[in-house]
Write a new protein. Structure first.
Length: 156
C-alpha cells in the first residue's frame, strides 16, 4: 500500500495557507505604507534642516523676488520642485506638504499641508505632531501657514 496524503489533509493545508495569506498580505501592505511615511518624514526633515543651515550661513533664503519663487535647489536636494517653483514632498502619489514663496516675510516659507489619505497618517505621527507644532505657524486671517527661519530653530 502506498502512503499518500488524503484529500481532507490536502484541503486542510490549503485552508491554513489561505488563512495565513489573508493575515500576512495586509500586514505587508501596512508595513510598506509605514516605510513610505518614514521616507517622506526623513525627506521633509532633511530639507528643513538644510534650508535652516543655508539661512544661518547666508543670513537669508535663496529667493527670486522678481518671479516670486524660492531657489530651493540652491538650499536643498530633498523633495521635488514643481513647475510653479514649489518644493513638494510626496507619500506615494499624494503631495503631503509643499513649501513655497512667502511674500509677507522673506525669512519665511509658505506651507501647504494635505491631510488626506496617507498624508493624514504622516501628520498624526507623534514626531510630526511635534514638528508641526514647533515649526509651522498656522494660518491667521489673511496670513497663510508658514515656517519662519529667523525666529524659530528646528525641533525634532
Amino acid at each position: 500500500m502506498k502512503k499518500a496524503f488524503t484529500m481532507i489533509e490536502l484541503i486542510f493545508v490549503i485552508v491554513v495557507i489561505g488563512v495565513l495569506a489573508a493575515i500576512a498580505i495586509p500586514r505587508i501592505s501596512a508595513t510598506r505604507d509605514d516605510a513610505v511615511l518614514v521616507k517622506t518624514m526623513a525627506e521633509i526633515r532633511t530639507a528643513i534642516e538644510e534650508i535652516n543651515a543655508y539661512y544661518i550661513s547666508q543670513g537669508k533664503l535663496a529667493l527670486d523676488t522678481a518671479n516670486n519663487k524660492v531657489k530651493f535647489k540652491e538650499m536643498t536636494n530633498a523633495g521635488i520642485v514643481d513647475s510653479s517653483g514649489d518644493l513638494g514632498f510626496f507619500a506615494k502619489n499624494e503631495k503631503c506638504i509643499s513649501l513655497k514663496f512667502f511674500a509677507a516675510d522673506q525669512s519665511c516659507l509658505g506651507v501647504d499641508i494635505s491631510e488626506q489619505g496617507l498624508c493624514k497618517k504622516l501628520w498624526e505621527a507623534p514626531e510630526f505632531k511635534r514638528f508641526s507644532q514647533s515649526m509651522i505657524k498656522p494660518a491667521q486671517g489673511a496670513l497663510p501657514a508658514h515656517i519662519s527661519f529667523s525666529a524659530v530653530r528646528i525641533v525634532f
